[in-house]
Design a protein around this ligand. Structure first.
Ligand code: PHE
Length: 361
């Protein structure tokens, strides 16, 4: 009996002394926990005789309930006090500006594609698409470089397992398209002439350094009609390049070059300066000091290519050009390393990316 009375006094004092929820919990454990004082006493009941055990048992149960109630009451009081304290000390300043919500950014490649699409749409080109996995016919043979043609070496191709069902090697051999010129073929096969399209998309070559990645993007233009000539090609390129670089009198020059699918073929340079090591797209003040930067390949569509697509080359002529979208983006937006474009680093994207809704001017 005395044990219980004494214990009750002790525990009551401790509960009252507990000034926060944490110390109250400690008291609860010392009283009612598995190894707590009341629990200990209860365990000893088993050693007592019938009647005594009954009396002691009731007594301890009552003590247990009282202490539990007391702890509960104290807990509620402490909680209320804590809440009152927080209400008194924590203030909410509703005049503070909210934290800015982080918006995503448009990737420079997407931005550049939008710009290109807009420029070419104004010149009457529509947009065509084709598959990334191509067959040998559309990527090479129809473009006038059949198997064994040395020009195939110019493009470090990723070959895929060929289609075992297909007997014709032109269609059985599968590659990741090395250029978007394959889309020219598909579109001419499907729609014939006249045709005026651009095609943008991913292309693949086995190459990796600061200015090459195994996957990159190209835009290709194709215009086939009666009486199309080099003058149209040059005019279109001047319009495109000066609109894209936003330089009105951007000088361009065509240098003869070779691509099997065009004749004549040319590479196109734009005027630049490299003063102090910094590359700037611009017309030089003194024409004789103009420096040049190669940006694209172009030419008049080879008669064999037209023929391969069922178009009569004595009736129709066309021009085609192709260039790297990534390269155009790097030049316009001062991005030094092509590889960084595809590393999915959001800090990079925040720096070089574009705000939504501000993409196309
Ligand atoms: N397809 C060529 C390349 O990837 C570019 C090109 C396109 C050249 C059209 C001429 C005409 O290198």
């Amino acid at each position: 009996m005395t044990d219980a009375v004494q214990l009750k006094e002790e525990l009551t004092a401790k509960i009252e002394a507990a000034n926060d929820l944490k110390s109250l919990e400690e008291v609860r454990v010392t009283a009612l926990g598995k190894k707590g004082a009341i629990t200990d006493l209860m365990k000893m009941l088993g050693k007592l005789d019938g009647e005594e055990r009954k009396v002691r048992g009731q007594e301890l149960n009552q003590l247990k309930d009282e202490i539990a109630d007391f702890i509960k009451a104290r807990e509620e009081k402490l909680k209320k006090e804590e809440m009152n304290l927080r209400l008194a000390t924590e203030t909410l300043d509703v005049t503070l500006p909210p934290l800015p919500r982080k918006l995503g950014h448009v990737h420079p490649i997407s931005q550049t594609m939008e710009e290109l699409q807009k420029i070419f749409a104004e010149m009457g080109f529509s947009v065509a698409e084709g598959p990334d996995i191509e067959d040998d016919w559309h990527n090479f043979t129809a473009l006038n470089f059949p198997p064994g043609h040395p020009a195939r070496e110019m493009q470090d191709t990723f070959f895929l397992p060929s289609d075992p069902q297909e007997k014709n090697p032109d269609f059985a051999t599968k590659v990741l398209r090395t250029h978007t010129s394959s889309v020219q073929i598909r579109e001419m096969e499907r729609h014939g002439a006249p045709i005026k399209i651009i095609c943008m998309g991913r292309v693949y070559r086995s190459d990796y350094d600061m200015t090459h990645t195994p996957m990159f993007h190209q835009v290709e233009g194709l215009y086939v009609d009666k009486n199309v000539h080099m003058g149209h090609l040059k005019g279109c390129l001047i319009e495109f390049l000066s609109a894209y670089f936003e330089i009105e009198d951007l000088p361009i020059r065509l240098r003869p070059s070779f691509f099997p699918f065009v004749e004549p073929g040319a590479e196109v340079d734009i005027g630049c300066s490299r003063d102090g090591g910094e590359l700037k797209i611009a017309r030089a003040e003194n024409e004789l000091e103009q420096q040049w930067l190669e940006v694209l390949g172009c030419g008049m569509v080879h008669p064999n290519v037209l023929k391969n697509c069922g178009i009569d080359p004595t009736e129709y002529q066309g021009f085609a050009f192709g260039t790297g979208i990534d390269r155009l983006a790097m030049l316009k937006y001062g991005i030094p390393d092509l590889r960084s474009m595809f590393e999915s680093d959001t800090r990079w994207l925040q720096h070089y990316g574009f705000n939504l809704y501000e993409t196309v001017k």
